[in-house]
Design a protein around this ligand. Structure first.
Ligand code: ATP
Length: 482
């Protein structure tokens, strides 16, 4: 157990690969840094998470509708939104190791290590850092960096370049060799469709637009598996409101989003943290942080973007993006909730992966205790043995219910091993066809979490799966506080 705890993250990455959840991208050519592929069970789990979020947004909130805007958009959008000039990270290179770093992160790490017993000194340096960042004073930042005598951990030298800005948007070329950007957030597709959506749905303020889609960021410090990738998916919702109701809706969305996460996991794993550094578009901001295996980190951001985006797009596109409602002519404010799908996947996967010692037969089992409504496979239909007509009965049951639920039929190993395999991919229920089935039309139902078994009639299988794994129950629970 100690080894499991000490190396949990390595076990998790390995389990995700071996059991078909996550594969490294381009693996047969040596992999591509910070890019991952979802395997057969990974995509089922990811789709279920998406469905949960999508239904929460677009069914439980009657005033939220969805869109799916394109990844490629005109460069004018990124100029107007400020991303071309402002969507930057800081960068420093070590000339000997040729490695790139974020100087602000190197300073923070250095201070944590070096001054852990000198809280006052630590606080002073971090304050200086935050002032330089706020003023975007790269010279002052470099002076601080040099004063701290920071060495590169690889080359062990202090042979650093100057600090500079690095734009995180990926550029590609179109057929005329003109630059285009891959979107770094899905939100701009929502703002640019604000009027199309409003007109076509006849929505009135307040209302929201939700979207799930890929975003791309050329992260300098991409690492920690799915946590920081260069290609990832976001689930974003922009909620358009009356300007004077900014505070009220900001508090509402912080509260509702936190409660949504708490339905998924243990309260002690979540924290709400107000931002000290706001993104260039935001006036209020908070993060919901999750306790990942490497510490508390952001999983979702809630911001007030005020009228920043619509105003900019109105100015640059020269198209009216204001509303005339309740005898007022105004640009609505926007509260945004922005959740990383892959980060949420990692959070759910890591909190579900357990190693259990089974005292009765002195073995261990690895079990993925996913919330059953998110499990990639809801039920496994397994013949006790691969003969005497049992596989045929099991196959018939599988065919009868496979249209209603994501099921698996398997007869490749002994029943004990089949159960372990279903535990490892998080299947909540197994139904075993045995000799008694032939006479009584009953099967043994085995539950993943308790490992308890009981006999049930074949005709009840579908209803039990729906009861135990359906999303509806959870959505009803959520609707109480929305
Ligand atoms: P961070 O500070 O961790 O870089 P951020 O504040 O830049 O994140 P936002 O711009 O607020 O992130 O994006 C909203 C959400 O998108 C984040 O809360 C996160 O869940 C997800 N996200 C952002 N960048 C990445 C990434 N590189 N890989 C995976 N998910 C990401």
């Amino acid at each position: 157990m100690k080894e499991w705890n000490d190396h949990f993250f390595d076990f998790l990455v390995s389990h995700a690969k071996v059991y078909g959840f996550i594969f490294p991208s381009s693996e047969i050519y040596g992999g591509l840094n910070a890019v991952y592929d979802y395997g057969p069970y990974g995509i089922e789990l990811k789709n279920n998470i998406k469905e949960f979020w999508w239904k929460t947004m677009t069914i439980l909130h009657e005033n939220i509708v969805g869109i799916d805007s394109s990844i490629l958009m005109r460069n004018d959008i990124w100029n107007a939104s400020g991303h071309v000039n402002e969507f930057n990270e800081l960068l420093i290179d070590n000339k000997d190791s040729k490695k790139r770093y974020r100087p602000d992160l190197l300073i923070k790490e250095h201070v944590e290590k070096k001054f852990s017993n000198h809280p006052k000194k630590k606080e002073d340096i971090l304050f200086r850092l935050s002032q330089s960042l706020k003023k975007k004073d790269l010279l002052d930042l470099k002076i601080l960096f040099d004063e701290l005598n920071i060495f590169d951990s690889i080359s062990k030298t202090k042979n650093w370049t100057e600090i500079r800005h690095f734009n995180m948007m990926f550029k590609i070329k179109n057929e005329n060799k003109k630059d285009l950007y891959l979107r770094p957030e899905t939100a701009q597709g929502i703002f640019c469709n604000f009027h199309n959506v409003k007109k076509s749905t006849r929505m009135k303020i307040p209302f929201g637009i939700a979207q799930i889609g890929k975003s791309f960021r050329n992260e300098i410090f991409a690492r920690k598996f799915l946590f920081r990738m260069r290609e990832f998916e976001q689930m974003e919702m922009q909620f358009f409101i009356l300007p004077e109701e900014e505070k009220r809706w900001y508090e509402y969305w912080k509260n509702v989003r936190l409660k949504w996460h708490l339905i998924l996991g243990d309260k002690k794993n979540y924290k709400l943290r107000n931002h000290d550094h706001l993104a260039h578009y935001a006036s209020l901001g908070a993060d919901i942080e999750y306790h990942f295996p490497f510490g508390f980190q952001e999983i979702e951001g809630i911001h007030s973007r005020r009228d920043f985006d619509l105003k900019k797009h109105e100015f640059f596109s020269k198209k009216k993006l204001r509303v005339f409602e309740s005898k007022k002519n105004y640009i609505p404010y926007v509260i945004e909730t922005s959740l990383g799908l892959d980060r949420l996947f990692l959070a759910i996967f890591s909190s579900s992966l357990k190693k259990e010692e089974l005292v009765e037969n002195r073995t261990i089992r690895i079990v993925l205790k996913l919330p059953s409504y998110l499990s990639p496979v809801k039920g496994a239909i397994l013949p006790l043995v691969g003969k005497d007509g049992l596989p045929e009965i099991a196959k018939k049951i599988f065919d009868e219910f496979k249209m209603n639920h994501k099921l698996i039929y398997d007869q490749k190993e002994s029943i004990g091993k089949l159960y372990r395999r279903q535990d490892a991919i998080g299947t909540p229920l197994c139904f075993t066809v045995d000799y008694k089935t032939i006479e009584t039309d009953t099967v043994t139902m085995r539950c993943r979490d308790s490992m308890k078994q009981k006999r049930i009639h074949i005709k009840n299988i579908s209803r039990i799966i729906e009861n135990e794994t359906g999303l509806e129950k959870i959505l009803k629970k959520l609707s109480d506080f929305i």
